[in-house]
Design a protein around this ligand. Structure first.
Ligand SMILES: [Zn+2]
Ligand SMILES: [Zn+2]
Length: 335
C-alpha cells in the first residue's frame, strides 16, 4: 500500500511538473498574437449612393472649374451652361440608323508626319464614337477661293466659315452623322480673330480643325509625337462634340472646355465630364464604359501613359458602381 501511495504521489507530482513546464514553455515560446486588422465599417454616406442614377454617381468624379484667370477662354467668353436637360431640349444631332458614320475630309498637302497624325486620329475617333469613320481622299487647298483666305507674314490663313458652309454642308453624305475636315493650314473664323484651332456648327453636322498650331517639334526639327498627337485628338474630340450639338462646358474640367491658347488646351483633360458623358452616351448610343475601354486600348497602343491610367481609374469607378447596383438589387429582392 505504501508503495502504491508513493507511486500515486510521484505520478501526481510528475503530471503537475509537466503541466507547469508546458505553461512556462507556452508563455515563453508561443508566438505573440498578431494585432487584428481594423474592421472596415462603411459609413452610411458611403453606402447610400443613388444606384438609380448613374450620372449622379459619376458627378462625384468630375472636377468643378475654378474662376478663370486672365488669358483663359472663359475670362473673355461668358458662356451659359448647357446642362444635359438643356442639351436634350435643343434636339441634338445623334447617330441614327440612317446617319451612322463620321466622314473625315483631309484638306491640304500632308507631310509624312501629318498623314500619320491623320490616320492615328481616325483610330482615335473610332474608339471615342464607336462608329465607322470614312476617311476621304484629300482635297488641295487650291479648291478654296482667294476671298476665303488672307495673308499673314509668311503663311496663308483660310476662312473656316467657307470650309464649313461651301465645302462640307453642300457635300454632306446622306449617311453621315457628322462630316468634319482636318487641314494642315492655319484657320480664322472672321476678320477680327487672329486664328482658331477649329470650329464646328452645333446643328449642321459639320466641323473643321487644323494641325497648323498643334504640332510640336524638338531642336532637331523632329515631331514630338505624343504631345502633338494628344493635341490633335483633343481638338478632334472637342470639335466633333460641337458637331453633335454639345456646347462649351463651363461647369467641370472637360474636353469640351473652350481654349484660348496651346497652354490652356494642354492643361485640359482628354475626357468628358459627367454632363458631357451623358450627352455623348445619348448621341452615340454606346455606354461610357464601352468608350473608356476602347480609349484605354488606344492610349496604351500610342503610349499615352497618363491618359491610359486615367481611363483605367474611371473604368474601376464605373465597375464599382455596377457592382454596388447589383448588390442593392439583390438585397432589395431578398427583403
Ligand atoms: Zn469649342
Ligand atoms: Zn463637360
Amino acid at each position: 500500500m505504501l508503495i502504491d501511495d508513493f507511486l500515486h504521489k510521484t505520478q501526481a507530482l510528475l503530471t503537475a511538473a509537466v503541466f507547469l513546464l508546458a505553461v512556462v514553455f507556452s508563455l515563453n515560446y508561443a508566438p505573440k498574437a498578431q494585432p487584428r486588422p481594423p474592421k472596415i465599417v462603411l459609413q452610411s454616406h458611403q453606402l447610400a449612393i443613388d444606384t438609380t442614377n448613374y450620372y449622379d454617381y459619376l458627378r462625384a468624379f468630375s472636377i468643378p472649374l475654378l474662376a478663370p484667370e486672365q488669358g483663359e477662354w472663359r475670362y473673355y467668353h461668358h458662356e451659359t451652361e448647357q446642362s444635359y436637360a438643356h442639351y436634350l431640349l435643343e434636339e441634338p444631332i445623334t447617330i441614327t440608323a440612317q446617319r451612322n458614320k463620321i466622314y473625315v475630309l483631309p484638306l491640304g498637302d500632308f507631310s509624312v508626319d501629318e498623314k500619320k497624325l491623320l490616320t492615328t486620329t481616325v483610330d482615335y475617333l473610332k474608339a471615342y464614337f464607336s462608329v465607322p469613320i470614312v476617311l476621304q481622299t484629300a482635297l488641295p487647298l487650291a479648291v478654296l477661293p482667294a476671298t476665303a483666305s488672307r495673308q499673314r507674314s509668311t503663311w496663308t490663313q483660310y476662312l473656316t466659315t467657307y470650309i464649313l458652309n461651301e465645302v462640307l454642308v453642300k457635300n454632306l453624305p446622306t449617311d453621315a452623322a457628322t462630316y468634319i475636315c482636318l487641314t494642315n493650314a492655319d484657320l480664322y473664323p472672321e476678320a477680327s480673330w487672329n486664328f482658331v484651332f477649329g470650329q464646328a456648327y452645333l446643328h449642321k453636322r459639320v466641323g473643321v480643325w487644323s494641325l497648323f498650331r498643334l504640332k510640336e517639334y524638338d531642336e532637331k526639327q523632329e515631331l514630338v509625337w505624343q504631345k502633338s498627337l494628344k493635341r490633335v485628338i483633343d481638338v478632334a474630340a472637342h470639335e466633333l462634340g460641337h458637331s453633335f450639338s454639345m456646347r462649351h462646358c463651363v461647369q467641370y474640367e472637360c474636353v469640351m472646355n473652350g481654349s484660348n491658347s496651346l497652354e490652356e488646351g494642354d492643361r485640359q483633360p482628354c475626357l468628358p465630364c459627367v454632363e458631357c458623358i451623358a450627352k455623348l452616351d445619348h448621341a452615340t448610343k454606346i455606354t461610357n464604359l464601352q468608350r473608356l475601354e476602347a480609349l484605354r486600348h488606344f492610349f496604351e497602343k500610342e503610349k499615352l501613359v497618363k491618359e491610359a491610367e486615367l481611363c483605367a481609374t474611371l473604368i474601376t469607378q464605373v465597375r464599382k458602381y455596377e457592382w454596388l447596383k447589383t448588390y442593392y438589387t439583390y438585397k432589395a429582392l431578398r427583403m
